[in-house]
Design a protein around this ligand. Structure first.
Ligand code: DAK
Length: 258
């Protein structure tokens, strides 16, 4: 992996990678450089078979990501803003469509574009001091990186609109109670995120990939059909044969990701 200016990268021997958004002086706010580097990062990991799970977090203990960089977008025209919204949406969609588990370790403020980033991850875990919200209306905007689409899927339309229209911040306990995060870390948040992915690493990698794809289609008209097709695809994988054979032989399966 190349060295980035705004991102830090670390991957352990079990294939778990930790991506850290690293702009501590700006509470890890998302500027143009972060998006350019995120795209380069995604292009690199898409060709990396050794990566089995991705944890995303922010530098320090105050912020995951405190939003889009307010100082950068203040002068944009409507056309530029639409174009950049589409670019940001596209980057987050690629994160959501990664075929490996993606966990957001929300270690502080996750506001605006920062919460939208966390929403694009498959699972969110929060530190006790986490503060989440979509305060765009306070800037005369609405969320522009997928927040109006993903938040209702996670917390329901009424709760999402209540959060979006008030712009109010939600602390970790409330985020847990509305299903916005799956867990509040009691100890080191990265260790707890690693603990969450550990059982997933033991499973058949292609089944994980297809599960992510199938769940993404939930609620859509062809969701059930999609599930049946993905289910059928897995019947021709070596890992399916290994998984069933291992069960019959009363041993642990050794999956190859094939
Ligand atoms: N952008 C730029 N700098 C930020 C920032 C942000 N979002 N958040 C914090 N910083 C900077 C602060 O300016 C400060 O810098 P200096 O003054 O030291 O140079 C430094 O980080 C430390 O922040 P504070 O001194 O404010 O720290 P506190 O602990 O007192 O407060 C805070 C922490 C997170 C509550 C506060 O910093 C804050 O309210 N930050 C802004 C939160 C926010 O409103 N975020 C934006 C949400 S709206 C778009 C697409 C999407 C969007 C916009 C455009 N286009 C496609 C065009 C999305 C918009 C959003 O994300």
């Amino acid at each position: 992996m190349k060295n980035f200016e705004t991102l830090l990268w670390e991957q352990d021997g079990s294939g778990v990678g930790v991506l850290t958004i690293n702009r501590p002086k700006a509470m890890n706010a998302l500027n143009d450089k972060v998006f350019v580097e995120l795209q380069e990062f995604i292009d690199t990991i898409n060709n990396d078979q050794s990566l089995r799970a991705l944890i995303i977090t922010g530098t320090g203990d105050k912020a995951f990501v405190a939003g889009a960089d307010i100082k950068e977008f203040a002068d944009f025209s409507s056309e530029e803003a639409t174009k950049l919204s589409l670019r940001g949406q596209n980057v987050f969609q690629q994160i959501e469509e990664l075929g490996i588990p993606v966990i957001a370790a929300v270690n502080g403020y996750a506001l605006g574009g920062g919460l939208e980033f966390a929403l694009a991850c498959h699972i969110r875990i929060a530190s006790p001091n986490a503060v989440l919200g979509l305060p765009e209306v306070s800037l005369g905007l609405i969320p522009g990186y997928g927040g109006t689409q993903r938040l209702p899927q996670i917390v329901g339309k009424a709760k999402a609109l209540e959060m979006i229209m008030s712009g109010r911040f939600v602390k970790a306990e409330e985020a847990l109670s509305i299903g916005l995060v799956s867990k509040i870390a009691e100890g080191d948040i990265l260790e707890e995120a690693r603990g969450m992915v550990k059982p997933m690493l033991k499973q058949a990698p292609l089944a994980i990939t297809k599960a992510i794809e199938a769940v993404k289609e939930s609620g859509k008209t062809n969701g059930f059909e999609h599930e049946a097709n993905l289910f059928g695809d897995l019947f021709s994988t070596a890992d399916f044969k290994e998984g069933t054979q291992a069960f019959i032989e009363k041993r642990k399966p050794e999956f190859q990701g094939k």
